[in-house]
Design a protein around this ligand. Structure first.
Ligand code: NDP
Length: 342
């Protein structure tokens, strides 16, 4: 069966495509311009040559005409994985840059899938833990994000904040709420599952461009790789998960036993100190060039931040959860190699 993956050029989408191809699926990826598909064609040469990985242009995720044309020429699409959504913080206009494309893009994808995707039985939406947390209680350990919790942020709070991080978590919340509302009111022929990852780390499936690093990989730079000896690692902690586990969850979500579920993909909390510790331990050429801080202090910092409980998701998904050290080391090896090549 053919799976439509929106935003194929993205960090998570690359590993989703890898997992889908490994499990025998055909993938049709949408890209904003066809030239952007070349890094995926290079990463998956066999699938590209055999026609198991093909591409279509979707210049903006809100473009209903382009989406309709994609379904018209690919009636074999059976599953839609909607990953495309703006994820960046350098915005002067959070409504235009973040809130609107996320919400309207999700609405367009669902509406056109219902109108024109005559053989689609499943939509998997890449949502986020952003829609499960409370951005006003980050440093409240009594707050527990679960598959049942919802971010209480309002549109006006986000729109008026001029705070792109708040607007991003809001954009994910409104997009996911829109999807569940659509299913409830339209009763479409497809069922919905959302994959809600924590901050996603780990290796890229495609070649890294160090000058255009995605937002979550760049967290490793800002909290650790870009620090200087003598710096104190920031008082920062959050939830995290490895991209390979997130990708597997997307493939597993096709199964009808996961219909109507919100899956919280998270394998723990991390603090800036934990990232610094992992880099100093594993990379002799990085040790001495970045902060040292107070080795081993990460869990004490993380304990001051909000918590999570994804035991529901762990029961539903048969995953081998990848640890933080492996996730950070696998990424950093790739990233350092990419930097020295460029
Ligand atoms: P990337 O920035 O690497 O990928 C985002 C993708 O969305 C890119 O393919 C981008 O296209 C596409 N996109 C963005 N805006 C538009 C638009 N208006 N029209 C068409 N395409 C668009 O981010 P990630 O891979 O990290 O994120 C993928 C998804 O996962 C997003 O929905 C994000 O919210 C979600 N997520 C990510 C987490 C993380 O920590 N990485 C955590 C939780 C959820 P282009 O390359 O052309 O810009």
């Amino acid at each position: 069966s053919t799976i439509l993956v929106t935003g194929a050029t993205g960090f998570i989408a690359g590993q989703v495509i890898a997992d889908l191809l490994n499990h025998g699926h055909k993938v049709l990826g949408t890209v904003r311009q066809l030239s952007k598909a070349s890094k995926l064609q290079e990463a998956f040469p066999e699938a590209h040559k055999s026609g198991k990985l093909t591409f279509a242009t979707l210049s903006d995720v809100r473009s209903q005409d382009e989406l309709k044309a994609i379904f018209a020429s690919h009636p074999e699409i059976a599953v839609v994985m909607h990953t495309a959504s703006p994820f960046f913080y350098n915005s002067e206009d959070v409504v235009k840059d973040l809130l609107e494309p996320a919400l309207e893009g999700t609405r367009s994808v669902l509406q056109v899938t219902q109108d024109a995707g005559h053989n689609v039985h499943k939509v998997v939406l890449t949502s986020s833990v952003a829609s499960m947390l409370d951005p006003f209680r980050n440093k409240d350990p009594s707050y527990v994000a679960t598959e049942a919790t919802w971010n209480p942020v309002t549109w006006d709070q986000a729109a008026e904040s001029n705070n792109a991080e708040l607007a991003y978590v809001a954009s994910k919340t409104f997009a996911e709420q829109e999807a569940w509302k659509f299913v409830e009111s339209t009763k479409p022929r497809f069922s919905l599952t959302t994959v809600n990852p924590a901050a996603v780390f780990g290796p890229h499936a495609t070649k890294i461009d160090p000058k255009a690093l995605n937002t979550s990989s760049d967290v490793i730079n800002s909290l650790a790789l870009d620090t200087k000896p003598g710096d104190t690692p920031g008082d920062f902690a959050f939830l995290w998960v490895d991209v390979r586990n997130v990708a597997r969850a997307h493939t597993l979500a096709i199964d009808s036993k996961l219909d109507d579920k919100r899956l919280l993909l998270c394998n723990g909390k991390f603090a800036a100190q934990d990232l610094v510790d992992i880099l100093n331990k594993n990379f002799s050429d990085i040790r001495g060039t970045i902060a040292e801080g107070t080795p081993g202090n990460g869990p004490r910092v993380a304990a001051q931040y909000f918590n999570y409980d994804n035991s529901n998701t762990r029961q539903l998904l048969d995953l081998q959860w990848i640890g933080l050290e492996q996730s950070i080391v696998d990424f950093t090896k790739q990233y350092e190699a990419a930097k020295s090549e460029s």
